[in-house]
Design a protein around this ligand. Structure first.
Ligand SMILES: NC(=O)c1ccc[n+]([C@@H]2O[C@H](COP(=O)([O-])OP(=O)(O)OC[C@H]3O[C@@H](n4cnc5c(N)ncnc54)[C@H](OP(=O)(O)O)[C@@H]3O)[C@@H](O)[C@H]2O)c1
Length: 344
């Protein structure tokens, strides 16, 4: 089989590094171009930037040039800060397929961007384009197969949507409301310097941020509505956990049903053959250690019929199923390869 030419923009960052880790061993991918910001005006060997990849590739990191990117590959992964990818689309759009890991194409309504991302969208028509797919693989395989631009979901959004969509689909969520208490490792904030994320600030600490203000909220609500036709309301407490990678969302939902009905909803949504990366374990809440450096999302739940509250845990690695792994899962679907290629 001919190798697909693939490039990574943002290869010096955390999700870019995870893409490299996985793509270097992908059997059908040939990496052609690795780029980052203008400060890399002198090409620098990957082994200097990420010594772990020494002897695995001779590629260098270069300052991103959109025309070079478009000419270098069939598919580009954009692992760039929010607000950067949309500016590249005029140069890339008609030439290559793009899998964007940022939030630039996740929301269909351009009016939401100023509030949740603090910018006006530069390509508003693209947001609802026929060949743009939201890359929550388990729910959008058909759209992903024919897409030219994939908006890879947010890490919190992936963990929350995979946990709540089966409940909405089975019409089990009372009044459409749920609360999410989520904890993410520090790599979720990216590789940028930030005093509040120093080891000394974060070790032996746990703290909430952007309570009910996090940009993944409109993404979750949009997708519950698109996929189930229901209007959801969510409360969201994201927190930073002093570990490098991994994320757990604990979700509290008022449900009037039997434990068996809840179990049936999850088993129907994620049969092992059809959803190889979602593992459902009734009666047990998941732990980080089982998902870190994997593309799995582990979902477990505990239900008390007297209380009528369901507690769901959804764990994944923010850099893998929450970013690079799901992006490669989408590449596999787009390319007609088995979904697990290079990931299991
Ligand atoms: N971290 C996560 O867990 C996670 C999960 C899901 C989605 N995401 C999303 O994925 C994207 C990347 O996140 P990250 O955590 O990998 O961020 P990061 O560690 O901060 O990396 C950002 C990358 O973008 C490059 N870059 C910055 N500005 C650029 C520009 N103007 N032109 C070209 N390259 C530029 C940086 O290169 P330099 O070395 O030159 O600065 C770096 O390679 C973000 O949109 C983020 O929201 C992240």
């Amino acid at each position: 089989m001919a190798q697909l030419r693939v490039a990574i923009a943002g290869a010096t960052g955390y999700t870019g590094e995870e893409l490299l880790r996985l793509l270097l061993h992908h059997p059908h991918v040939h990496l052609t171009y690795l780029a980052a910001s203008a400060k890399w005006d002198r090409p620098t060997p990957v082994s200097v930037v990420h010594p772990r990849f020494a002897r695995q590739t001779d590629l260098s990191i270069e300052a991103l040039d959109p025309a070079t990117l478009a000419a270098s590959c069939d598919v580009a992964f954009l692992a760039l800060p929010h607000g950067t990818s949309m500016g590249l689309m005029p140069a890339l759009r008609d030439r290559i397929k793009v899998i964007d890991l940022s939030g630039d194409f996740r929301l269909q309504d351009p009016a939401l961007y100023p509030r949740w991302y603090q910018f006006e969208h530069a390509q508003p028509k693209l947001l609802s384009g026929a060949d743009v797919a939201y890359g929550l693989t388990e729910y959008y395989r058909d759209a992903i197969r024919s897409a030219r631009l994939i908006a890879n979901p947010g890490c919190y959004a992936t963990s929350i949507l995979l946990a709540v969509l089966p409940l909405f689909q089975a019409k089990l969520v009372a009044e459409g409301r749920f609360l999410v208490d989520a904890k993410s490792g520090l790599s979720g904030a990216g590789r940028k310097a930030d005093t509040s994320l120093l080891f000394t600030e974060m070790t032996e600490n746990l703290r909430a941020y952007k309570v009910n203000q996090h940009q993944h909220m409109p993404e979750v609500l949009q997708e519950v509505s698109r996929l189930t036709g229901q209007h959801a309301k969510m409360g969201f407490v994201p927190q930073i956990l002093p570990v490098t990678r991994g994320l757990i969302s604990t979700i509290y939902v008022k449900v009037k049903a039997s434990t068996e009905a809840i179990e049936r909803a999850y088993q129907a949504a994620y049969p092992a053959q059809a959803a190889p990366f979602v593992r459902v374990r009734p009666g047990v809440l998941p732990q980080l250690r089982d998902v870190v450096e994997t593309n799995f999302c582990d979902i477990g739940f505990v239900y008390d019929p007297d209380l009528e509250y369901l507690i769901v845990g959804s764990a994944l690695d923010n850099l893998t199923k929450g970013a690079a792994g799901q992006a490669i899962q989408n590449l596999n679907v787009m390319s007609g390869w088995p979904e697990t290629t290079g990931l299991l």
